[in-house]
Design a protein around this ligand. Sequence first.
Ligand code: PDD
Length: 287
Amino acid sequence: MGRTVYVNGTYLDEAEAMISIFDRGFLMADAVYEVTSVLGGRLLNFAGHLARLERSLNELDMAMPMNADGLLEVHRELLRLNGIHDGLVYLQITRGNPGDRDFAFPDPETTPLTVVLFTQNKPGLAASPLAESGMKVVSVDDIRWGRRDIKTVQLLYPSMAKMIAKKAGCDDAWLVEDGLVTEGSSNNAYIVKGGKIITHELGNDILHGITRAAVLRFAREAQMEIEERAFSVSEAQQADEAFVTSASAFVMPVVELDGRAIGSGKPGKQTKRLREIYLEESLKTAI
Ligand code: PDD
């Protein structure tokens, strides 16, 4: 028996879990998702993830499949059934199975959304060795679509970018558009220069990271200066520090970009401090 997963109201073994070949998530990438991290059996920033889920669904004319309490209950039940202490919960929502293939959206009255949740067990998630060594990143062209603020399952290009990074002996890719870094393949990107934290402003070009919002809030509370604007690869290479944020990586130092060391080539002081503050503060509100 493998993991217990959730599919449309039922908890079942992953080997028994099935969705239709006509599901629009499969045929059209007509689906959104959320990833929430779990530390000590509790969910981090859950309210933020649900708020973004509702926004993603809204932007695509889909409704929340159940209320916040219902979704929290499913998350918690999966953590319990799978004995997860540290890990991740993935929530995938598609426009459902209209029974055939057609570009037009089906009537939501007759085609209910498909709702899938599954867990990943990651013991010691917050003690990643990469947080000590820092990540090496390589820049690649950002050729994704124009609504990156919607958390869709269109992850082919981010997967390709990760493969480019891997082939270059790096840990991840930073995506570059018009000479400026938008974000990482699956995280938001930052540099630190003269004590100031610089990161791409919100808009349609980047995903509005839940970790980003929390980290910027904690940084402001700690009197750190913040500038929300895009930066270039060469500006990043001349920065004092760099890092990325995401639900799965928290605050993760970046020490090299396109073969050039950033700052001392080791995780920066401010980055380390932000990681500590983020983990400490997020655990206080974990549910
Ligand atoms: N990725 N930008 C992109 C393109 C992302 O895919 C992600 C998250 C983020 C950070 O968002 P958040 O802080 O809300 O996790 C930014 C998740 C972790 C994933 O796909 O696994």
